[in-house]
Design a protein around this ligand. Structure first.
Ligand code: GDP
Ligand code: MG
Length: 597
């Protein structure tokens, strides 16, 4: 009969537990809480003993604080004559072992590593997964016992620390709280029960376990009976009374299997408690099936909310993902194509920029025109001072060099000096214009690089280098050309009739000449040189050099993403994948569930 009940229960229970386990396995707990059972109680109330009895696994026990980190105990029933197997994992550790007697040692080592040796506690979770044929499918969390007074070596606020740690687990709506209370204390004043009632006032997810019934003070058995029957401090889920191994039985080497028999015998033969057996309120076995059923009910009632949460988060994440820029594909061939595309997009923008399209926020050509206009204005300004220069030079020549000639007679020597002086006055403004424009263009090129290679710092730095090199080279070239131009002006105008006349006219009449040709020519020539070499040719050089990267550069290196943006996208992508899998699992489960009922 009993076996049948259990296997029937198992059939109904297993899929729910598996569902939650599979969700846990894909890491959905990073996004939301999953149903689970936490064990709380005062120090030495018998928490570990209960867990031991449920799991059939000996856990570290003793007096004082023994459980110093939350310990997640995952019990998995394995069918088909498989041997006992366990895995303990914490931080980066992952240790498999097959000898049950090693559990205590491994848990202790883990605690020492996480919480340090001694009596400190730590929030980090240790997970102990046990696969065996004779356990029930449960996941339980053992928590440090509530301590009232710090012992030597513990901080003053240890009680506070432990309570906070416990609260973190029991306050979640998804957690069933197992409150362990020994029969030989004043149950009404138990701290653990108070805490559980605070976080779950309706007692929907609180189950109390009374331990040590063999230690009940003579004459108080009746009170205990009333409590177990839910007549004193009523809890929605009620009470279960269990008897575990006492210290002496452990010392005597009583096995857990034997303990189950001893427990049954104890209740059967108990004058007052024996009725609880038939009321299904006593023994570890009864606790185990009740817990399992509770957990399943709990899972069932949590599923709609869980499904809702997943749906909502998935929606949010997908929206978030659509705001992230697409990353490079992982497939090598596609990655190469993507790389070429990225370079081509860059080149295309640079070309469009150099032919006057507005690619960045500002219009490059407007910026250039502003500078060229300044240059022209400068030339116009010097035109006025030109007449003054001529007169100065002539006067100076008269004073220093005139021999037999008549005053004011113009010769080539004078012209040459005039032109030299004028031209030298123009050199600095011309190179200034060049320098300013180089800066403007360089900035615009860099903006294109930033826009096209947002997530690729490597490409950005390569582009920045190339831009700088090319612009330096081109600037030197333009400067050279401007100088040549000025030299040509000197040469041409000292032999030029118009110029000759202009100088003479200026000299004799002082009239201004509007069509002063040097000024006109320089006004066109300097901008033309700058625009051609600094923009047009620079753009061409840059494009061809960037395209050259296609062969030389390591694609993986080039497309290594700027960590922040890449990490953010990868994180969202992971979550989306995880949530989608979870949703799929829930959907499948839902339809199976419908078919079954
Ligand atoms: P924890 O600190 O809450 O984990 O408590 P433990 O499980 O370590 O138990 C504290 C002590 O109580 C141990 O010596 C156990 O052997 C003993 N103990 C636990 N349950 C019972 C019980 O039902 N009867 C008796 N006599 N002793 C028990
Ligand atoms: Mg313990």
């Amino acid at each position: 009969m009993e076996g049948e009940f259990h296997s029937h229960l198992e059939e109904k229970v297993r899929p729910y537990i598996d569902l939650i386990d599979s969700l846990r396995l894909i890491g959905i707990e990073e996004d939301m809480s999953l149903p689970r059972i936490a064990v709380i109680g005062d120090q030495s109330s018998g928490k570990s003993s209960v867990l031991e009895a449920l799991s059939g696994v000996a856990l570290p026990r003793g007096s004082g604080i023994v459980t110093r980190c939350p310990l997640e105990l995952k019990l998995r029933k394995i069918r088909g004559g498989v041997n006992w197997r366990a895995v303990i994992s914490y931080k980066d550790e992952f240790i498999e072992f097959s000898d049950p007697s090693e559990v205590e040692g491994y848990v202790e080592t883990a605690q020492n590593e996480l919480a340090g040796e001694g009596v400190g506690i730590c929030d980090d979770l240790i997970t102990l997964e046990i696969m065996a044929p004779d356990v029930c499918d449960l996941t339980l969390i053992d928590l440090p016992g509530i301590a009232r007074v710090p012992v030597k070596g513990q901080p003053e606020d240890i009680g506070h620390q432990i309570k906070n740690l416990i609260l973190k687990y029991i306050e979640k709506n998804e957690t069933i709280n197992l409150v362990v209370v020994p029969c030989n204390v004043d149950i009404a004043t138990t701290e653990a029960l108070k805490m559980a009632q605070e976080v779950d006032p309706e007692g929907k997810r609180t189950l109390a376990i009374l331990t040590k019934p063999d230690l009940v003070d003579m004459g108080t058995e009746k009170n205990i009976l009333e409590i177990v029957r839910n007549q004193v401090i009523p809890l929605n889920k009620g009470y279960i009374i269990v008897k575990c191994r006492g210290q002496k039985q452990i010392d005597d080497g009583l096995s857990l299997t034997e303990a189950t028999r001893v427990e049954r015998d104890f209740f059967r033969s108990h004058e007052i408690f024996s009725c609880l057996l038939y009321e299904e309120k006593a023994t570890v076995q009864c606790l185990s099936s009740k817990l399992t059923q509770d957990l399943v009910d709990h899972i069932k009632s949590s599923l709609p909310l869980l499904s809702e949460q997943i749906k909502k988060q998935l929606w949010d994440m997908r929206k978030g993902l659509s705001h992230c820029e697409a990353g490079p594909p992982l497939d090598p061939q596609k990655r190469k194509t993507f790389f070429i595309q990225t370079l081509t997009t860059f080149n295309d923008k640079i070309n469009r920029l150099s032919s006057g399209e507005v690619v960045n926020n500002e219009n490059l050509f407007v910026l250039l025109r502003t500078q060229f206009k300044k240059w022209k204005e400068h030339l116009d300004g010097t035109k006025e001072s030109f007449h003054q220069t001529v007169q100065d030079v002539v006067k100076e020549y008269d004073l220093k060099h005139r021999g037999k000639e008549l005053p004011g007679f113009s010769d080539y020597k004078v012209f040459e000096m005039v032109v030299q002086k004028c031209v030298s006055q123009l050199t600095a403004p011309a190179t200034d214009t060049l320098r300013i424009i180089r800066e403007i263009i360089e900035n615009q090129f860099a903006d294109v690089s930033k826009a096209c290679f947002t997530n690729y710092p490597y490409l950005q730095s390569i582009a920045a280098n190339k831009i700088d090199n090319i612009q330096s080279k081109q600037e030197a070239k333009v400067e050279q050309r401007i100088m040549e131009q000025f030299e040509m002006e000197q040469l041409v105008y000292t032999q030029d009739g118009i110029y000759f006349r202009t100088v003479n006219e200026t000299q004799t009449t002082g009239a201004t000449e509007d069509n002063f040709i040097v000024s006109q020519r320089l006004a066109d020539q300097v901008p033309m040189l700058i625009r051609y070499f600094m923009l047009k040719e620079s753009a061409q050089l840059l494009c061809s050099e960037m395209l050259g990267l296609m062969d030389g550069v390591n694609v993986n290196e080039a497309l290594r993403e700027e960590s922040e943006a890449g990490r953010r996208r990868a994180d969202i992508q992971n979550r989306v994948e995880r949530l989608a899998v979870a949703q799929e699992k829930l959907n499948q489960f839902g339809s199976k569930d419908l078919l079954q009922n």
